[in-house]
Design a protein around this ligand. Structure first.
Ligand code: RTP
Length: 153
């Protein structure tokens, strides 16, 4: 079976990452890895929008703090496409708690605390599709990278 090079993942630089000037660094890591950027924007989401994004966590004790943190400034929203985009994206982010994140991962290089872990990445293909629909109701782009043959066999 041909590999699925069209898998999509939703990656979001959180307010602390935007404030610390890490948008370019994070975007660049995904670009350099070979992923194709098919949507991006800076956004100031409402609390209601963030509650939808994190709906699975609404019973957790940290939920109010999480929404407050995510609502403290702009976020930078991206959709990347490529082979195993979800799993590889999570590996590039590192663990939820930066203490458990290996150096070389985004959180392992730039974060210290779980509640300020600078970047979000979808945790399953199903959630990626839901998150892309929530953050990019206008849709994503379709185009070919001229270097695709140098990234995939
Ligand atoms: P994310 O959704 O932001 O990519 O993070 P994740 O999958 O690695 O972790 P998840 O369990 O979905 O938690 C979402 C975000 O909530 C904050 N959090 N705080 N204080 C705590 O114990 C705690 N646990 C999670 C983090 O910002 C985490 O990324």
């Amino acid at each position: 079976m041909a590999p699925n090079v069209s898998e999509r993942t939703y990656i979001m630089v959180k307010p602390d990452g935007v404030d610390r000037g890490l948008i370019g660094e994070i975007l660049s890591r995904f670009e350099k890895r070979g992923f194709k950027l098919i949507a991006s924007k800076l956004a100031l989401p409402s609390k209601e929008h963030l509650e939808k994004h994190y709906a699975d966590l609404k019973e957790r004790s940290f939920f109010p703090d999480l929404i407050r943190y995510m609502h403290s400034g702009p976020v930078f929203c991206m959709v990347f496409e490529g082979l195993d985009a979800v799993k590889t994206g999570r590996a590039m982010l590192g663990a939820t708690n930066p203490l458990a994140s290996a150096p070389g991962t985004i959180r392992g290089d730039f974060a210290l605390a779980t509640g300020r872990n600078i970047c979000h990445g979808s945790d399953s293909v199903e959630n990626a599709e839901k998150e892309i629909a929530l953050w990019f109701p206008e849709g994503t782009l379709q185009y070919k990278l001229s270097q695709a043959a140098m990234i995939y066999e």
